[in-house]
Design a protein around this ligand. Structure first.
Ligand code: NAP
Length: 316
């Protein structure tokens, strides 16, 4: 682009330039936030970042993103802000903490929260944001960093109808499909927690099968090949399974975050008088694995725990 055009663009607000010049902010540059920001940069959005630990955003800055000091700075510069942080405490800090997004005073801003959090936290945030004159929607994601970078994840959305409509262009930049659950705040979070229970239990069952086959002195790669030839195969057995049999637990979704999600699900179930026996057991196993020091592994590292229960040392 010639210098003159760059100067003209700098003097215009993105809103006056149309969609292609939208400024998008990403809060949280962990595994998922980084993947979202990466995708946005690739798709040509002007991308701003905020991360509590500044160094974690440097790789994206090298790719062209602009790092801000505080969430409030990000809010002032952007039309949309996508949040991808660990939990509800972090989301509240980003929105309402010192120099938080609401301090931006940009009431045209639409906040898209992709974090996996308790439904009640999302409801609290949506109500308080509304009271302060801002808009936030829930948009948790099914799929990890690699599919996010390919625009291949599923987004589940709930909240303010107009804001969902307006956010679709952003959501479709990294999602292949969007499920809109309507205006009930928190609805998307209930579904997301239920989906993650499914993933946790499949990972546990795959891990126990691999241990059983290994202890029987049969190559687990054969077990996996057969499983993946049947209709009992899953995305997990096809994509993560081959890594599990090679004891490759490079994190795409930290085990500590899977523990967090199962804990949220169980807390939510208890509050609503629901008994989930396998979910309670899954929480125990992920907690033991975390206490043993496997927090920073991929959640499929649960295999190491079941290996240890059977005196099976698993290392690469
Ligand atoms: N990874 C996946 O496959 C996946 C898929 C779907 C959904 N999710 C969900 O997406 C969210 C992010 O996951 P992730 O995998 O990116 O996790 P991650 O790599 O552990 O990153 C967590 C992010 O949250 C920030 N954070 C945590 N506590 C904070 C606080 N109190 N204040 C400000 N920032 C805080 C961290 O900042 P620092 O760098 O400063 O610690 C970091 O940017 C989680 O809710 C997770 O459950 C993950």
């Amino acid at each position: 682009m010639c210098n003159k055009r760059v100067r003209i663009l700098k003097n215009l607000k993105s809103r006056e330039l149309g969609d292609d010049y939208m400024n998008i902010g990403v809060v949280g540059t962990g595994l998922m936030g980084s993947a979202i920001a990466h995708r946005l940069i690739e798709r040509g959005f002007r991308t701003f970042l905020y991360n509590r630990t500044k160094e974690r955003a440097m790789a994206l800055v090298k790719k062209g993103a602009i790092q801000t000091e505080y969430p409030s700075d990000l809010g002032r510069k952007c039309d949309y802000v996508i949040i991808s942080v660990t939990d509800g405490i972090a989301v509240k800090e980003i929105l309402f903490g010192k120099n938080g997004l609401v301090d931006s005073k940009n009431r045209k801003l639409i906040v898209v929260d992709t974090s996996t959090v308790l439904p009640e936290d999302s409801i609290y945030c949506a109500n308080l944001m509304k009271k302060k004159g801002y808009s936030i929607i829930q948009a948790p994601i099914m799929g990890g960093p690699d599919p996010t970078m390919k625009g291949d994840v599923i987004s589940i959305v709930s909240g303010n109808k107009k804001s969902i409509e307006k956010s679709k262009r952003i959501l479709t930049s990294y999602s292949k499909k969007i499920f809109n659950l309507g205006i009930k705040d928190g609805a998307a979070n209930f579904i997301k927690l239920a989906l993650n229970l499914n993933i946790a239990l499949i990972a546990i069952s795959l891990a126990e099968s691999i241990v059983f086959v290994k202890k029987s002195r049969i190559d687990p790669a054969i077990f996996l090949e057969i499983l993946n030839s049947t209709y009992f195969r899953t995305g997990l057995s096809e994509i993560k399974g081959p890594k599990m049999v090679k004891n490759n637990f490079e994190p795409k979704f930290f085990l500590k975050n899977m523990l967090k999600d199962i804990q949220l699900l169980n807390d939510c179930a208890r509050q609503n008088g629901i008994t989930l026996s396998f979910a309670s057991q899954a929480e125990q196993y992920f907690r033991i694995a975390s206490n043993k020091g496997y927090s920073e592994l991929d959640y499929t590292g649960i295999l190491k725990l079941f290996g240890e229960f059977n005196n099976l040392k698993l290392s690469r």
